[in-house]
Design a protein around this ligand. Structure first.
Ligand SMILES: Nc1ncnc2c1ncn2[C@@H]1O[C@H](COP(=O)(O)OP(=O)(O)OP(=O)(O)O)[C@@H](O)[C@H]1O
Length: 236
């Protein structure tokens, strides 16, 4: 499968503080990698290096696409633009009619076509986060970087939005790097989970989940959960 991103023995320092030391992993098309690790271990730093916001101090990051989408913990929508304008804003397509058509399709996909002309202030937290997922998709990305996208939502909304994301992932074959503190969320969404250590952000444990995301093989998932909990027990 096509490789979208490679970290080869990557290290990152902030001044003299080495946050990431010798990290290697790759992301393939259609793959979802969850980064699970204690607070401050360097998960957001990995996303910032991937997107080019930050440069590695040693090793090599090879990114084979420029097409990124981002979903942050807070939706970060422009409050003075309507839902549809927040999405049109990031589209590269020039033809107004094509853009409008694609935006309508994306809004339908995330179940928000009925609020297309509303301003973000009228939407619930879950709806705003849906708009930011729609906006990430509208940029026609090959990689989406998600930084704790559900952590500000209540459990019911979280569950609904996770189900939406599962459908979108399976439909669009995008590579996703997904930061979370929640092992259950990681099991639900990821193909691969990288458990990171607090020292040097090295990979303490790597787990591949061999199943389709829509399949509900509970005994297999329970076994995975128990295994994962051995490794992430101390995560905060
Ligand atoms: N711009 C910066 N300058 C100096 N140190 C920084 C900077 N950004 C992050 N750090 C430090 O680097 C370490 C890793 O930060 P990072 O935000 O990547 O961790 P994280 O795993 O995403 O944390 P959390 O789970 O709490 O969001 C932390 O010790 C943080 O204080």
């Amino acid at each position: 499968m096509e490789v979208l991103l490679e970290f080869d023995s990557v290290s990152v320092k902030y001044n003299e503080h080495e946050v990431i030391k010798n990290l290697s992993f790759s992301l393939k098309k259609g793959e979802v990698i969850a980064l699970l690790g204690p607070s401050g271990c360097g998960k957001t730093t990995i996303l910032n290096i991937t997107s080019g916001l930050l440069a590695e101090t040693a090793g090599k990051v090879s990114v084979h696409t420029k097409k990124f989408g981002y979903v942050f913990q807070e939706p970060r929508l422009l409050p003075w633009r309507t839902v549809i304008d927040n999405i049109l804003f990031v589209m590269k397509e020039k033809d107004r009619e094509v853009k409008q058509k694609q935006t309508n399709e994306i809004l339908k996909m995330v179940g928000l076509d009925h609020v297309a002309n509303d301003y973000p202030s009228k939407l619930s937290g879950g709806m705003k986060q849906r708009v930011s997922i729609a906006r990430a998709l509208a940029a026609d990305p090959q990689i989406i970087l998600m930084d704790e996208p559900f952590s500000a939502l209540d459990p019911k909304l979280k569950n609904e939005l996770q189900e939406d994301v599962i459908k979108l992932i399976d439909k669009n074959q995008i590579g996703i790097i997904y930061v979370t503190h929640d092992p259950l969320e990681a099991i639900k969404l990821a193909d691969r989970i990288l458990v990171l250590s607090s020292q040097g952000c090295s990979i303490k444990y790597e787990m591949n989940i061999e199943r389709s995301r829509t399949e509900r093989d509970y005994s297999y998932l329970k076994q995975i959960e128990l295994e994962l909990r051995n490794w992430v027990g101390g995560i905060t």
